[in-house]
Design a protein around this ligand. Structure first.
Ligand code: GLN
Length: 283
């Protein structure tokens, strides 16, 4: 039996709205694209488009899963980041749009020097930062580390999916990292332990805690990385962090204590402090 797509989407929207899914409208359409193979544009051009009842059931099952606050990206298994599609699952943080600014700033820095640049990405998770830099910068040679073997398995698949050539290292921060780098970049866990319980269910129940928890004050990883980074940075090298909206001042202090100067803080699209850039003061 054929069913009108617009009716199915309408039904999906009602369910998602009732369950308190914030982006119910967008999500109903994204699930339709994925499970019914119909884009918003097609639907606008052909409002009488139909699918069979099996497809409808697949869509409604996905809607039910989304209603239980499973993130959309875990239902589809993908998230777009820097124009590239990444596999995601419960072992990796879903790439966020804010993190694109981190990659954009690293790319702009790398573009200034035409030589081969060595880049180190710590806490790589899905590998989205490392793979995006590898694909979007011709002169970058990227190494990426993570403490989670499961995350690294996903990162390796993402590297393969994009035919990128990132080298992955199973490492607790710098533990197994060797050599020196032109850029060290990291989006480490930075949520205060106590604040995790107040996050959206999609985040606190489905993103790995390991990727969120920045210890009591949320700053533990900035302390650990900033302390050791000088040993792994080339003289003109730079460190780039993603930070929480209220961590700019504290992270600046941590960096200054560890010999960094020329510290810049960049704001995200919402006007919040989001990215920190720092270089070492060389005498
Ligand atoms: N930006 C993420 C969030 O808001 C946190 C990511 C992180 O801790 N690095 O949930």
């Amino acid at each position: 039996m054929e069913v009108l797509v617009k009716d199915i989407i309408e039904q999906g929207q009602q369910c998602l709205k009732q369950c308190g899914v914030a982006d119910w409208k967008t999500d109903s359409m994204l699930l339709a694209e994925y499970f019914l193979g119909v884009t918003k544009k097609e639907l606008l051009l052909k409002p009488d488009i139909t699918v069979n009842s099996g497809q409808k059931e697949g869509y409604m099952e996905a809607v039910r899963r989304r209603c239980s606050h499973i993130p959309l990206q875990h239902i589809t298994g993908i998230q777009e980041f820097m124009g590239l599609e990444f596999e995601v699952n419960e072992n990796v943080l879903i790439p966020r749009q804010d993190t694109e600014l981190l990659v954009e700033l690293v790319l702009a820095f790398l573009k200034k020097s035409p030589k081969e640049n060595r880049v180190l990405d710590l806490c790589t998770g899905s590998g989205c930062i490392a793979v995006a830099i590898d694909k979007l910068c011709e002169n970058a040679k990227v190494t990426a580390g993570d403490i989670s073997e499961k995350a690294l398995e996903t990162a390796v698949r993402n590297n393969r999916k994009h035919d990128a050539s990132v080298t992955f290292v199973h490492s607790d921060l710098f533990e197994r990292i060797t050599g020196t780098y032109d850029v060290i970049v990291s989006n480490p866990p930075y949520i205060k332990t106590d604040e995790i319980k107040g996050l959206m269910p999609e985040v606190k129940n489905h993103d790995p805690i390991l990727a969120l928890d920045g210890d009591a004050d949320g700053l533990e990883f900035y302390r650990k990385i900033s302390e050791r980074a000088p040993d792994y940075l080339k003289p003109e090298g730079a460190l780039f962090y993603e930070i929480g909206f209220d961590q700019g001042k504290a992270v600046r202090e941590i960096l200054a204590q560890n010999g960094f100067s020329k510290i810049e803080i960049h704001k995200d699209l919402a006007g919040n402090d989001r990215i920190v850039f720092a270089k070492l003061e060389r005498k």
